[in-house]
Design a protein around this ligand. Sequence first.
Ligand SMILES: [Cu+2]
Length: 282
Amino acid sequence: MNTADHTPHFRRVALLWLIATAILTPIVIFVFGPGLPPGNGSAQAAGQVTDNTVLLALSVPVAMAVLVTLGYEIWAFRERDLTGPVLDGPAITGNSSVQMWWLIITTSLVLFLAGFGSVRLLEDGSGGGQGPSPLVNPAGYKHALQVQVLAQQWNFTYRYPGYGGVETPMLELPANTLVEFHVTSLDVVHSFWAYQLGVKADANPGVDNIAYVNTTHPTLINIHCAELCGVWHGYMFQTGKVVSKADFASWIQGAQKTYAPAAKNLTPYSKTYFPSPLGRGA
Ligand SMILES: [Cu+2]
C-alpha cells in the first residue's frame, strides 16, 4: 500500500483533531484553568495556576491527536464482514515524513516547556525552596518579613527574627507582604507545604532553605508535611492564616507577650539548630 491511499484517512483525522482541539482548548483554559491548584492565595500560587493552565492547554492537542486517531482507526478499520474468514490486514510500513514531523513537533514542545519552566522559576523563585543562597531574589527581598519554619516530628513551629525571635505554634502572616521563609528541621527530613501560598520547601536538618512568597489577601492556609517523616507524618498538618497588616501587628505583639516566659529558655535565633554529636552529651 502506498502513501496516497492513506491521504483521505489522514485528512479526516486531521480535520477531526482540529475541531476537537479548537473546541476543547478554550474550555480547558477558561473553564478548568481558573479552578486549577493551588488557587490565588499568593502571587506565586496564582503564577502556578497560570503555569498549570499553560501545561494543560498544551497537552490538549497532544491528547487529542492520540484519542482522535485511536477513535478514528477503531471506526474506519473495523472488520465489516463478520461472517467471512478473519484475515490479516496489509503490512504496516514506515512513513518518514510522519516520523520527521513527530520528532520536530514533540522536540519543540519539550524544549519550549523546558524554557518556559526555567523562565518562570527564575522570575521570582515560584515559592520553591532555593537553599541557603537563592539563585533568584524577588524585588525588595532585603526588606522581606523573615519567618523561620521549624519542622520536627511531628509538628511545625515558627520563629520571627524581626520580632525578637519569638517562637509561635502557628503561622500567621500579614497580607500584601513579601515573606522570606527560612525552612529547616530539628530532626529528620520533612517538607513545608503551605498549599494556598504555593510554597513547598524541603525542611532538612542543618539546612537553611529559603523560599519567597508574596501574600495577597487574607486567607486560611492548609499546611502539611510533604515528606514521609515517621509514624505520625500523616498527622503533621496545621491551619495557618494570612491576615490584615493591623491584625498581624496585634497578633505578633500578643505572641511576644504570651511566649515571653518560654523565650527566656529558647536557643538564640540561628539559621539552623543541628546539634553536634558532642553537644548532645553535654
Ligand atoms: Cu514531617
